[in-house]
Write a protein that binds this ligand. Structure first.
Ligand code: HEC
Ligand code: HEC
Length: 194
């Protein structure tokens, strides 16, 4: 056996023994949270209208999204790489941290006519059967007061199946044209939970 093939064998053996999702080395929660803050905001208000608020989002929803990005069930040029760095336990710690924060105040983007158009769509698709009053619950995300730019982008991603982790949501969004999706997104951004 040559030295080169011996090295290759050692390498293959190491790969076979590696756990399926490797933990990020030197994981310190505060340091990771500071990385997230660069986009999701120091105070919970994201730095870009197309980035979602994650402060105060549901624990189990945050956790499943991190796992879905890491596994390729949800595709995004930024978050796929970010989420792939963490194993399950680390993803749980991040989800616990963000779920425990206070939801930020995000300026409403609603325009005249959005409420009527959105409510017609909500009734037709029976959104409330799963989303209730948009407050979120476990696997169901909070949408009340979410960023309009993000909501419209992700509903479009469901429609075009860039986001593949919720087939029900894709089927629903295929029924709506872009102006309706944008009206729903702007109206949801205006909702305040009491
Ligand atoms: C470079 C910017 C950037 C960084 C850093 C970043 N994110 Fe994100 N995050 C985004 C963007 C953009 C999206 C929306 C992606 C999409 O449309 O699918 C997103 C989406 C998410 C979502 C899904 C939210 C939802 O409502 O579905 C979660 C959860 C999340 N990020 C958590 C994190 C955590 C935890 C960290 C730190 C470990 C982090 N992100 C770091 C930009 C970033
Ligand atoms: C059959 C149940 C069901 C119905 C009906 C439903 N949803 Fe959803 N929706 C979900 C689930 C579950 C998720 C979380 C999917 C995941 O884990 O990625 C979701 C996610 C979403 C998201 C993504 C939020 C985020 O933070 O990324 C939006 C936006 C959304 N729904 C809007 C709507 C609207 C608007 C309607 C009605 C027109 C609707 N949904 C009807 C179950 C439903």
């Amino acid at each position: 056996m040559t030295l080169r093939s011996a090295r290759l064998l050692v390498l293959l053996a190491a790969t076979a023994l590696a756990p399926p999702a490797s933990a990020k080395d030197g994981f310190v929660l505060d340091d990771e949270v500071a990385i997230c803050a660069g986009c999701h905001g120091e105070d919970g208000v994201p730095v870009d209208p197309e980035y979602p608020a994650i402060w105060g989002q549901q624990y189990f929803y945050i956790y499943t999204q991190l796992r879905d990005y890491a596994a390729g069930r949800r595709e995004n040029e930024i978050m796929t790489g970010v989420a792939a760095e963490y194993d399950k336990d680390q993803a749980k710690q991040l989800a616990e941290h963000f779920a425990a924060q206070t939801w930020p105040a995000i300026p409403s983007q609603a325009q005249d006519g959005d409420e009527a158009l959105a409510n017609t769509a909500f009734t037709a698709a029976q959104c409330s059967a799963c989303h209730g009053k948009w407050q979120g619950d476990s696997r169901i995300p909070r949408l009340a007061g979410q960023q309009a730019g993000y909501l419209s982008k992700t509903m479009h991603d469901f429609k075009t199946e860039v986001r593949m982790n919720a087939p029900d949501m894709s089927n629903i969004m295929k029924q709506y044209d872009e102006p309706t999706i944008e009206a729903m997104a702007r109206y949801l951004s205006s909702l305040v939970l009491h």
